[in-house]
Design a protein around this ligand. Structure first.
Ligand SMILES: [Zn+2]
Length: 67
């Protein structure tokens, strides 16, 4: 089943809608990212459909705290 989720485009700051296929659920506790073609900036983003956070943001956060 496909469900929708919202995330914020990093380039435009707009909140946009993405879609994820829930048929391929990851193991519990696993983090997944969906590739979404962004209608706001036209590029693609890797987004966590469960949290709406972008993979690039998660990476920067990890670097900031020294992981
Ligand atoms: Zn975008």
């Amino acid at each position: 089943m496909v469900r929708s989720f919202l995330f914020r485009c990093r380039d435009t700051g707009m909140t946009v809608q993405g879609f994820a296929d829930d048929d391929a659920l990851p193991a519990e506790g696993a983090v997944r990212y969906e590739w979404v073609r962004c209608p706001a900036c036209g590029a693609g983003h890797l987004v966590n459909p469960d949290t709406g956070s972008l993979l690039v943001d998660a990476r920067e956060k990890a670097q900031t705290i020294g992981l």
